[in-house]
Design a protein around this ligand. Structure first.
Ligand code: CAA
Length: 381
């Protein structure tokens, strides 16, 4: 697929692959066991400009295109999808909305350090009773003179424990329903009234932290409102379009890692007197895996190109995420199958990869929500 990339994109791909191999691979298995957040790795990624890949240079980012951003998340996730999602959330769900909806002051105070990797952000939309139906959120924001007072609970917050600030979606218009009356707020994580709740014990991507957050009368200055009052749902959906390119890239990177592991094992494992790669049953599995990963990558590049052309890409991002997350489940399952009994143990990375893959069908909109978005676009066009 490199033939589709420019010299600049290939250069970034080589650099991030080298970083992932040298700096991330040695600790992947240990962090999967311990759940330790890769703080030092994130710091280095920030110094290299990977926390704001797609953010313009004038706001502290690397000023690269969306295709390059997808390549970065893919290459990180090929080695460690926990690092992939941390980087994806900061780029897509924090830097991107700050760039698009932020004031000059917000870009200086929040976007620049986030894009430079000096501050990590977390996106707080989901609540105990508002998951797929994000517009059912009940966290409230009440105006009190020059401040907003936030109260409510947010669930499954990726980066929630490690972030220095949160992008929080709350109902700023009392009695409003659904998507209307929601606003977005920038909240420092050490604000009085912010309480960190339970840390989720996840099936996979175990070194990306995910916690519940409670906001108890958290006071933020009126200047921390991101976008117009009442425009918060649009901020959330715009961020998720970008985020879905990131999660699709996470899936394709993970799939690529699993495919490479399966090829290596098939060549080395001998049964019936020859490497199992010489059996057509294994060859056909590998061929299907390669075909699926290839197709997913093309869908991601298509969505990213549309984003780069400043066109609405909601539909393409949903298609890429749906296909890529379905594909990575199939590829990681087949990778375990090719490894046989060995693949079911932690002696081989494909066991972790299968666990890591599942979440791509769930977060940033389940596969069912992607199907809803795609079919609604078709039916209302
Ligand atoms: N871009 C811009 N605006 C958008 C938009 C988009 N992609 N999608 C919707 N909107 C706007 C609409 O135009 C509409 O505005 P108007 O009323 O002014 O026309 C408003 O938002 C409401 O839109 P809908 O009518 O589509 O709202 P809905 O209630 O039907 O919900 C939904 C749509 C697609 C189901 C949405 O709720 C959704 O995406 N749900 C999934 C939630 C999700 O992905 N959560 C992920 C949590 S974050 C996460 O997972 C991060 C992590 O851990 C890594």
């Amino acid at each position: 697929m490199d033939h589709l990339l420019s010299e600049d994109q290939l250069e970034v791909k080589r650099a991030i692959r080298e970083f992932a191999e040298n700096e991330i691979r040695p600790s992947v298995a240990a962090r999967d066991e311990s759940g330790e957040f890769p703080a030092a790795i994130c710091r280095k990624l920030g110094e290299l400009g990977f926390m704001g890949v797609n953010t313009p240079v004038q706001y502290g980012g690397a000023g690269r295109d969306a295709v390059t951003y997808a390549i970065v998340v893919e290459e990180l996730s090929r080695v460690d999808p926990s690092v992939g999602v941390i980087v994806s959330v900061n780029n897509s769900m924090i830097c991107y909305p700050l760039e698009h909806f932020g004031t000059a002051e917000q870009r200086a105070v929040w976007l620049r350090p986030a894009a430079e990797g000096k501050l990590l952000g977390a996106f707080c939309l989901t609540e105990p009773d508002a998951g797929s139906d994000a517009a059912a959120l009940t966290t409230s924001a009440t105006r009190d003179g020059a401040v907003w007072v936030l109260s409510g609970t947010k669930s499954f917050i990726t980066n929630g424990d490690s972030a220095q600030f949160y992008l929080v979606f709350a109902r700023s218009e009392k009695g409003s329903q659904n998507a209307r009356g929601v606003s977005a707020f920038l909240v420092p994580s050490d604000s009085p009234g912010v309480r960190k709740g339970k840390r989720e014990k996840k099936m996979g991507i175990r070194s990306s932290d995910c916690i519940e957050l409670q906001f108890e009368d958290v006071r933020v200055p009126a200047g921390n409102l991101l976008g117009q009052e009442g425009e918060g749902f649009k901020v959330a959906m715009t961020s998720l379009d970008s985020g879905r390119i990131g999660i699709a890239s996470q899936a394709v990177g993970l799939a690529q890692g699993a495919l490479e592991a399966a090829v290596a094992y098939a060549k080395e494992r001998v049964q019936f007197g020859r490497p199992i790669s010489e059996f057509q049953a294994i060859q056909f599995k590998l061929a299907d895996m390669e075909m699926l990963a290839h197709a997913a990558r093309l869908l991601i590049y298509s969505a990213a190109r549309k984003k780069d052309h400043q066109q609405r890409y909601t539909h393409e991002a949903a298609i890429a995420k749906l296909f890529a997350s379905d594909m990575v489940m199939r590829i990681t399952q087949e990778a375990v199958q090719i490894h046989g009994g060995a693949g079911y143990t932690r002696d081989y990375p494909v066991e972790r990869m299968l666990r890591d893959a599942k979440v791509t069908e769930i977060y940033e909109g389940t596969s069912e929500i992607q199907r809803f978005i795609i079919s609604r676009n078709l039916l209302t066009a």
